[in-house]
Write a protein that binds this ligand. Structure first.
Ligand SMILES: [Zn+2]
Length: 332
């Protein structure tokens, strides 16, 4: 008998399965394509709100995949029952097998509906994922309690190892979701103000579903992740699948930031004015030098202190070399 864990592991290994339907306590798992598994509760009328749980959009970020494996184990063992619809997504199997962030280009910038020619493995995969998410959200009632959680780990050190990125979009995040994020051990929130075309942005922008990119510590190899620190997150994901209410905590326990300007690399002759391994959310005072660019000139911090997030001098020309965030109050 095939287990859900076996199907998840086959997806992580980029191996095809024969698309079985697996009976679980409270519902069944149905394959929706490579690396795509829907959890369908038997009692559709009384189930909890739906969740998309995605992992491995970047192939070298393994902690989220280990969380999905543990959820699959709990579902197989019957210690976790299906009480709400969920879509489990193994994002980029080919990159996972290769052990790298991506093969040709960053998948997490390609979630945009445009009929361009598929020029890379990532473009093809983005099309598959968008089609599957479209079909899944079309089946779900418009309920503010539905949620897309796209799980990642960060390349670098962070002042807040676990933080949520709230993509731009017309949907207001429900207050209960902030409390659940705090309860799941998230330490900070970065709200974006511009469209980012990430996977979580896709669910917000096109489907008006609350959605987040969750950074869950640092990149590490399979088996080398600190899953103890992620136990509250695992518990929240399990509660979503079970259709049960989340453990909550005080929203003010989290630090809140709003994304402002982006530092764009304009020319080949570009350098950041700080160590390349500076931690995410490191603060820079007004007047501090941030970068030098042969064409754009120097960039300094203006009147408001900023916090550097996702710095990377080694990006393509015209791409973001760092995001400049401002500290803000928690949502009222
Ligand atoms: Zn990532």
């Amino acid at each position: 008998m095939t287990t859900l864990r076996a199907v998840v592991d086959a997806a992580i290994a980029d191996r095809a399965t024969d698309h079985p339907t697996i009976r679980l306590i409270g519902g069944q798992a149905v394959a929706r394509g490579p690396g795509l598994i829907a959890l369908c509760p038997d009692e559709a009328a009384e189930c909890g709100p739906a969740t998309v749980i995605s992992a491995g959009i970047h192939g070298n970020e393994t902690a989220p995949l280990e969380l999905v494996q543990r959820l699959a184990d709990a579902l197989d063992a019957g210690t976790l029952a299906v009480g709400a619809p969920a879509l489990l997504v193994i994002g980029h199997p080919a990159a996972i097998v290769a052990g790298c962030r991506y093969l040709d280009t960053n998948l997490n910038r390609l979630f945009r509906r445009q009929r361009s020619v598929s020029v890379s493995a990532e473009h093809t995969r983005a099309e598959q994922l968008m089609a599957c998410v479209d079909a899944f959200w079309a089946e779900q009632p418009m309920d503010a309690a539905t949620l897309h959680l796209d799980l990642h780990t960060a390349i670098r050190e962070s002042r807040y190892p676990r933080f949520a990125v709230e993509p731009a979009g017309a949907v207001v995040t429900p207050k209960a979701v902030w409390a659940a994020l705090a309860g799941a051990g998230m330490q900070a929130v970065l709200s974006q103000t511009d469209d980012s075309w990430t996977f979580s942005h896709y669910s917000r922008f096109y489907h008006r579903r609350p959605a987040f990119t969750l950074e869950l510590g640092r990149v590490a190899a399979f088996g080398a992740n600190d899953l103890a620190a992620l136990a509250p997150m695992q518990a929240w994901l399990a509660a979503r699948i079970a259709g049960e209410s989340a453990v909550t905590a005080d929203v003010a326990d989290m630090a809140f930031f709003r994304a402002g300007a982006e530092l764009i690399r304009v020319s080949e002759d570009f350098e950041l004015a700080f160590d390349d391994d500076v931690a995410n959310f490191t603060a820079f005072p007004p007047g501090a030098l941030l970068a030098r660019d042969a064409r754009a000139g120097p960039t300094h911090v203006s009147a408001t202190p900023i916090h550097i997030v996702f710095p990377n001098a080694d990006v393509e020309l015209g791409a973001r070399a760092a995001l400049l965030a401002e500290a803000v109050s928690p949502p009222a």
